[in-house]
Every structure is written in structure tokens, then in C-alpha cells.
Design a binder for this molecule. Structure first.
Ligand code: NAD
Length: 324
């Protein structure tokens, strides 16, 4: 079955994607998934990278591989930064069940992962959000936050003014909340109880000294050892929860750079998100701590979402059957 982006947009909800992420992260931390660390091919001369991401989740037999590219100069060609395709296989026989567009799934599952992290780590009564970056991921980040907290007001900052103004207008309408563009990143940090960084920046997007006690941060944009959206001060001040120890210690510049500089050790990482979901470790314990969810993105997130999309496509009789 071929499942297009248009089809997926019709059938996949943010609520169910959040539920799938809880299941996927929990199984990962309980050792019930098979997920080799993804392979990548850097395409430095094009300012791009391509990842090959396989995973199998025993609980629901989700078996898939995603091929995803991230090219930060694609705006020049009128193409999205992040593009992806997913192959879903049947675990029992290995037969191919579906080929589906993966860009929308990537954005939904990345937003949903921050949603889950925010549910466990942000202050219960948090009402304000601040988003760095006004691109594709930034949209699903804010959308997911509104599903787990009663967000009343949001701020957005992007280096491109027209892009952040468009984001503010579009997201205010979509979510029915007040979304304001800001030109001063310090104001965003000081006014937001929950911050998401969803940019293509390779250097820190704000100064960790500006952070107010009790803030929760979802850092999702950077995913190579030499790139980071968050500075060492933010890392030192935060209780750090990662999507995967193994993946973050291989790919997250936010952690790798301060470890290599001797500023922190890997023991500074408090937990994997799945350990908190499974009840093995506590989430936020008071209103003062600064919490950080660092995500580089995992194949289990795609496998879980792809299976859900396939099941819903069958239910709703959409998608196109082809003989290869
Ligand atoms: N963790 C994950 O699972 C995951 C999943 C998908 C994408 N990503 C990453 O998220 C990042 C964003 O992806 P996207 O698809 O939304 O890209 P995008 O190009 O649609 O949006 C990125 C935005 O960041 C802005 N930006 C760049 N530097 C900035 C800065 N210093 N301050 C504020 N804004 C800045 C750009 O102007 C752009 O509008 C990419 O690096 C991508 O690889 C991570």
C-alpha cells in the first residue's frame, strides 16, 4: 500500500501519536525493542545528512525502516529541510505492508515525543510556551504542548522575521491561543515556562543564564556531535532526560561537547524518558528544578507511528494498493 502525506494528515491525530510515543519510549527503556543505532551518511558539500533508521517493537510487532534526510539549505530549492520515506514490514512474514511519506510522520512523532516529555517534566500548571524556530517541527512542538498542558500564550523566535510572523498567525488560528513573534530571545526565555528549541542552528540559540527556575525545555533540533542549540550553562543547570542514552551519547552535541570539554560527565544524564514513563524514575519533583528533554529522534518512534497509520489506513479504506 502506498500512503501519501495527504492521506496521513487526514487520519493521524496528535493525541494518538502521543499515546504511541509513550508506548514506544517505555518499551525502549524496558529493553523490549530492537533498534540498532541509526547509520548516517554526511553530505557535507550540500550541508546535508541522510539517516537509515530501522526498529522493531515486540509489543505490537511494529517493524519499519525510515530513510530521512536533513538538508538545511533546501529552502533555496523550495524543498523542506526534513524529508523522509518509511517502509513498514510484517514481522511474521517479512512481507512489505506499506510505503509511506515520512516527513509528516517525523514532525508528528517529534512533536508528540516532546508532548510526552512535557507531560512528565513540566510544571503541572504551566501556561506559557516559547518556541525557537518557526519551521515544520516548531509547529508540531507547540501543537503537542497544548495537548498536555493548558497553554494560554506562546512566543516564537526565528532568525527569519517573515517566517516567524507567518508561524504566529497560522498557529494562533490553528490552536486558538495567543501566539506572538518576539525579536528578543531573552524575553522568550524569561516569559516561557516551557521552551522548545526546533531550529537548524548549530550554535546555542539562547544563554542558559536567562533561564528561570521551574522551566522545562525540549531540545529537538540538533542531532550531530558538533552541533548544539543549548549551551553548557543550560546543560549544567538542568535535570537531563534523554530519548536514548546510546543515541544521545553518539549524536547530541549538547551533551558530547561539554563532556569532551570536561564540563560534565555522562552521569549528569538523569534518565531516559521511557524510565520515567515506566515508573522506574520520577519526573519533576518540585516547581524549582529546570528540566530538559534532549531528543535526537529514534526509529522506534517512526515504527510505532507507521504501524498506527497503516492500521488506520485499512480502517478508513485509504491508501493505494499497488503490485511492485
Ligand atoms: N529530534 C528529532 O527527532 C528531530 C526530528 C525532525 C527534525 N529534527 C531537527 O529539527 C531541526 C528543524 O527541522 P525543521 O524540519 O523544522 O526545519 P525548518 O527548516 O522547517 O525550520 C528550522 C527553522 O529554524 C530557524 N533557525 C535557524 N537558526 C535559528 C536560530 N539561531 N534561532 C532561531 N531560529 C533559527 C530557521 O530560520 C528555520 O525557520 C533540524 O535540525 C532537524 O534535523 C529533529
Amino acid at each position: 500500500m502506498i500512503i501519501s502525506r495527504e492521506d496521513i494528515e487526514k487520519i493521524l491525530t496528535m493525541e494518538e501519536t502521543i499515546n504511541e510515543m509513550e508506548m514506544a519510549f517505555k518499551n525502549l527503556s524496558l529493553g523490549k525493542v530492537i533498534m540498532p543505532v541509526r547509520s548516517n551518511i554526511p553530505l557535507k558539500k550540500y550541508n546535508g545528512i541522510i539517516y537509515y533508521m530501522p526498529a522493531y517493537i515486540e509489543e505490537n510487532d511494529a517493524l519499519a525502516v525510515k530513510v530521512v534526510s536533513v538538508h538545511s539549505e533546501n529552502y533555496k530549492y523550495n524543498l523542506p529541510t526534513t524529508q523522509a520515506t518509511i517502509l513498514l514490514n510484517e514481522a511474521k512474514t517479512g512481507r512489505l505492508l506499506a510505503i509511506m511519506e515520512g516527513g509528516y510522520i517525523t514532525a508528528m512523532r517529534t512533536g508528540a515525543a516532546s508532548g510526552v516529555a512535557t507531560k512528565y517534566l513540566a510544571k503541572k500548571n504551566a501556561k506559557t510556551a516559547g518556541i525557537f524556530g518557526a519551521g515544520i517541527q516548531a509547529r508540531t512542538q507547540l501543537w503537542a504542548l497544548t495537548k498536555v498542558r493548558d497553554i494560554e500564550r506562546a512566543y516564537v523566535y526565528d532568525v527569519k522575521k517573515d517566517v516567524m510572523e507567518k508561524y504566529a498567525e497560522e498557529m494562533s488560528k490553528k490552536l486558538g491561543i495567543d501566539v506572538k513573534p518576539v525579536t528578543d530571545p531573552k524575553k522568550l526565555v524569561e516569559e516561557s515556562e516551557i521552551i522548545c528549541t526546533a531550529t537548524t542552528s548549530k550554535t546555542p540559540v539562547f544563554n542558559g543564564e536567562w533561564l528561570v527556575e521551574g522551566t522545562h525545555i525540549n531540545g529537538i533540533g540538533a542531532h550531530t556531535p558538533d552541533a548544539r542549540e543549548l549551551d553548557t550553562i543550560t546543560i549544567k543547570r538542568s535535570k537531563i532526560v534523554v530519548d536514548s542514552y546510546e543515541a544521545c551519547l553518539k549524536e547530541a552535541g549538547e551533551l558530547i561537547i561539554p563532556i569532551n570539554e570536561g564540563e560534565i560527565t555522562k552521569e549528569k544524564i538523569y534518565a531516559e524518558l521511557g524510565e520515567i514513563i515506566a515508573g522506574l524514575k520520577s519526573g519533576r519533583i518540585n516547581d524549582e528544578e529546570i528540566t530538559l528533554f534532549k531528543s535526537v529522534g529514534l526509529a522506534v518512534q517512526d515504527a510505532a507511528t507507521a504501524l498506527k497509520v497503516y492500521e488506520k489506513a485499512l480502517e478508513n479504506r485509504i491508501g493505494k494498493e499497488v503490485k511492485l
